[in-house]
Design a protein around this ligand. Structure first.
Ligand code: SF4
Ligand code: SF4
Length: 358
């Protein structure tokens, strides 16, 4: 990879492109990016993606993952899909429920042509520590089997993100492949509070809080700070905007911690990693949330060996389409360049890229 200017391959798609032409375009993008070069004959290839939370309908589909699986097989590799458990309550907090939901969302062997192997074990607690000597961590906790495959494709869906502004390749790598403790640690500085004048005591946050630390107090919700792990679920599910964070301080630290976890995987896998990002069905919130309206017409699919360049291109292309980039449209209070610049500082890639339109 050229550290100064990385190649980002760009396959434009129509808004709501038909499945058969989408299939062809994904395969062509894979070929143009030369991704068969990271695949060794008869060796395992992990495809890290996101199966979508229950009720989410804008996540990547089995039809979009199938062509990637086909290309891996054509290149001689043995593909499998992989994911990790999430912190919050819902349908993806352990491997069994997560895999059953993935099937419900169409990611069966029959549809995709590859099995699912969770990277962090049945309960989501299997991890390895990787030494990174970063600004925040000497070691980071990565899902135990995230680095076990011979090579890995990080297949991401670009969305906004409630804490990071942008959720794309870096987030899929860093948050998506960190262990449960790694995820906890990334969220640990976020300290939400309930603005009582905006709380109607609907109790939704109480149902979602993984730590049972939201109580009813004087006709409103009250967060017990000392028990809070800072996962951010309450702010995401609160319909009235009553749960509030100190955005400036927390988003910056969270983004940099997320990048340092991504850096851990990057250091271990290096030239065995490649990235594909879909700029389709882009929504304000990430796929851990129920679907909302898409914010931007579909743009295309990107491929690169450099996750930093890929996320920079995601911001640039969405800005060209809408005058504001995806992160700014979704969560204007966040600056996604924090994650990008920290990735550059750590040596994960380059903000400078050459866009190669196909
Ligand atoms: S979700 Fe929001 S409005 Fe509902 S109880 Fe929690 S803080 Fe109050
Ligand atoms: S109160 Fe804390 S632990 Fe509970 S959902 Fe909110 S951020 Fe997560």
């Amino acid at each position: 990879m050229n550290q100064n200017r990385s190649a980002v391959y760009f396959m434009p798609v129509l808004d709501n492109e038909a499945a058969d032409t989408m299939d062809e375009k994904i395969k062509r993008l894979f070929d143009e990016a030369g991704f068969s070069s990271i695949i060794k004959p008869n060796k395992s290839v992990a495809i890290k993606t996101h199966f979508g939370e229950k009720g989410n309908r804008t996540h990547l589909t089995a039809d979009q993952i199938r062509p990637v699986v086909d290309k891996v097989k054509e290149s001689g590799g043995k593909p499998f899909l992989t994911e990790t458990s999430v912190l919050y309550r819902g349908s993806r907090s352990n491997a069994l429920d997560h895999i059953l939901l993935a099937y419900e969302h169409g990611f069966t062997y029959e549809n995709v042509g590859a099995p699912i192997i969770m990277s962090d074990g049945f309960l989501g607690v299997w991890e390895r520590q990787i030494t990174i000597n970063g600004d925040y961590y000497e070691n980071v906790g990565i899902a135990g089997d995230a680095i076990a495959a011979e090579s890995m494709l990080i297949v991401s869906h670009a969305t906004g993100h409630v804490l990071a502004g942008l959720g794309a390749a870096i987030k899929n790598l860093g948050m998506g492949l960190s262990s449960r403790m790694g995820k906890l640690s990334q969220h640990s500085e976020v300290a939400p509070k309930v603005e009582v004048s905006q709380c109607d005591l609907c109790k939704t946050c109480m149902k979602w809080c993984p730590e049972d630390c939201i109580l009813e107090n004087d006709g409103t919700a009250f967060i017990q700070e000392e028990k809070c792990i800072g996962c951010g679920e309450c702010i995401a599910v609160c319909k009235t905007g009553a749960v509030q964070f100190s955005w400036d301080a927390t988003s910056e630290n969270m983004q940099k911690k997320m990048v340092e976890h991504a850096y851990g995987v990057h250091l271990e896998m290096k030239e065995k990693l490649a990235y594909i990002t879909f700029l389709t069905n882009m929504t304000k919130d990430c796929d851990c949330m129920k679907s909302k309206e898409k914010m931007i017409p579909d743009i295309g699919i990107l491929a690169s060996y450099d996750p930093i360049a890929l996320d920079m291109a995601t911001l640039d292309l969405t800005q060209q389409k809408n005058r504001e980039n995806l992160s700014k449209l979704a969560f204007p209070q966040h600056d996604p360049l924090i994650q990008i610049n920290h990735g550059v500082k750590l040596g994960m890639g380059s903000k400078e890229y050459s866009l190669k339109e196909i």
